[in-house]
Design a protein. Sequence first.
Length: 114
Amino acid sequence: MNKIFASMEEAELRRVLSSNIKHYRGLRGWSQETVAEKIETSTNFLAIVENGKSWVSSLTLVKLANCFEVEVYELFRPKNAPDDRAKEAVKSFVADLSVAFERSVGQVAKKYLD
């Protein structure tokens, strides 16, 4: 794997993680101090993580997930990522659209090419 590509992936993961920590913290109205205390780390370290400048250990990820009452993977899920129901609704809509489009094209072709 290309080192530049790998670092871009890492940078994106850090951005999503830091954004989600801020998001979940904000939902609860908690300060960095409150979260740091709950996950047994320093406020300075949490600030560095929230700024995307440091990674956390797997243990700290678990503590963060428990603190926010979410699954660990949700800390890495972009906020704009659709859930499974939304994905299925979009797939269904696109399939219906495709059928309607094919039908319309067939009708136009029959009218003008027959």
